[in-house]
Structures are given as C-alpha cells and as structure tokens.
Ligand binder design. Structure first.
Ligand SMILES: [Zn+2]
Length: 177
C-alpha cells in the first residue's frame, strides 16, 4: 500500500524530472494529484469532470489497487514513481492536445493518440507489453521510461521503431507553446 507521505515523496522526484526535461509548464502544474483508498488500476488520469475525483485532467493514485495486489502473484513490479511518470504522460497529452494531434506523432507512434486498436506486442516495437494496448498507452509508457532513464535510450530499447517514439518525446519540450 502507498501512504500519503510516500506519494508526496515520489511526486517530488517525478515533478523534478518533468522540470529538468522542460515538460513542466503552467498547464501541467495545474494538474491535481489525488490520493484515494482503492482502485483496480495502479493509478489513472481523469479525462472528465468527476464529483469524486475533482478537476478534469487530474491524476488519482490509490493506496490499494488490484494491480498492486496482483504483484504478490507474479505480475511485474511497478514502482510508485513509474506509476506517476506514466500518469503524467497521459496528463501531458491531455494538456498538449495539439502536439499529439500532429502528423509527427502519428508517424512516430503508428496511429492517432486516441486510437483504440490493439497492437500485437513485439519487444522491438514497444517499451512494454502494456504499451501495445493502444497508442495512448504506448505514449504514456514511452514517456514513463523516458523520464526514468533521463532521456537516454537504453540498449534494450535501441530498435528503430522505439527510437522514433523516443525521439518524438525528446522533441516535445521544443514544440511546446
Ligand atoms: Zn495509462
């Protein structure tokens, strides 16, 4: 389970990373992060106004989640920082709709951001299995690893298709208005 203090500490680190990579701006700083008791997922980003979860665009991280529980039974461990990095990927996309609607995005990710099409997982094409779920998750997962690895493309990701997505993310701060 995650305590409120753990969430605040992880949030400090991830927000610092966002600042370092120049992803942090007024829009992203207005994204609230909520701590909740339970959710099935590790965390989520709220696309709609919700009475329970407050502001549109906000991120919610539950203290307990089914996903976290499943780690006890062999599913891959995901750190709280990675959960936040992933959700901030969604939040960045939410705050910068123009950037993710470009032809450059489509060329890099092989589809439009809100594509619901399931891709076939290939480790040379995706940073993780979850990234193959759809384009939106692919973006969030790549964004997560980009922050985790300080923007340096790891050898395991050094494949042309992943490198193209990585490069797109590295250019985002320059494209931001
Ligand atoms: Zn996601």
């Amino acid at each position: 389970m995650y305590s409120y203090n753990q969430l605040c500490s992880a949030l400090d680190t991830v927000q610092d990373e966002l600042i370092q990579h120049d992803f942090w701006d007024t829009k992203l700083s207005k994204i609230d992060v909520y701590w909740d008791i339970y959710s099935s997922a590790y965390g989520f980003q709220n696309f709609y106004d919700d009475k329970k979860y407050g502001n549109k665009g906000s991120i919610t991280i539950p203290a307990f989640s089914r996903s976290k529980f499943q780690e006890l039974f062999g599913s891959q461990y995901v750190s709280l920082k990675d959960i936040l990095r992933h959700e901030y990927g969604h939040a960045f996309a939410y705050c910068n709709k123009k950037l993710i609607s470009t032809i450059e995005f489509k060329n890099a990710f092989g589809g439009i951001h809100n594509n619901v099409e399931l891709f076939e997982y290939n480790p040379n094409h995706f940073v993780s299995k979850y990234a193959a779920l759809n384009t939106m998750e692919d973006f969030a997962e790549t964004f997560m690893y980009y922050l985790e690895y300080s923007g340096i493309l790891a050898t395991k990701f050094n494949h042309p298709i992943i490198a193209r997505k990585w490069k797109f993310i590295s250019h985002l701060s320059n494209l931001k208005s």
